[in-house]
Design a binder for this molecule. Structure first.
Ligand SMILES: [Zn+2]
Length: 148
């Protein structure tokens, strides 16, 4: 049983491994998929147990018309942080390999980018929440999982 912050006299690092990775991934997948469907409606995904019978170990699998993707990055009990890491993994994956247009496109007024023109938002931490953020101004748009 991982110790919770405040449960003892020692500070517990936020990177402590959770006992139930599946529960973390199950919380992450719907928000990850909700955003990805704005890019490609055929994308879907699920949290999957690593073992049968299930132990606490798990990963997520994503798929679309063109193939599949497994994300098995390090999991902590910080769902927002795991969601950011997973989103970055997908943006860096084969799903986006041949994509040259920005995604998700920064919606803020034009002219604030030093390179000019359309550019992608990036996932970043804001107080308590994982947000899509303009990399040039730091301005937050919406929470991860809530792209319109
Ligand atoms: Zn921007």
């Amino acid at each position: 049983m991982p110790r919770r912050p405040g449960s003892g006299r020692f500070d517990v690092p936020t990177g402590v491994a959770p006992e139930d990775e599946y529960a973390i991934w199950a919380a992450v997948v719907p928000r990850l998929v909700a955003d990805l469907k704005r890019f490609d409606p055929s994308i879907d995904g699920a949290a999957v147990h690593d073992n049968d019978p299930p132990t606490g170990d798990a990963h997520i699998e994503l798929w679309n018309d063109g193939g599949g993707l497994t994300i098995d990055s390090e999991v902590t009990e910080d769902v927002e942080a795991v969601l950011i890491t997973a989103t970055l993994s997908v943006l860096d994956s084969g799903f986006f390999e041949n994509v040259t247009r920005p995604w998700p496109t920064c919606p803020f007024e034009d002219g604030h980018s030093p390179v000019g023109g359309p550019h992608s938002l990036v996932p970043a931490r804001r107080p308590g929440r994982a947000m899509w953020v303009c990399p040039h101004t730091g301005r937050a748009y919406v929470q991860l999982g809530q792209l319109p």
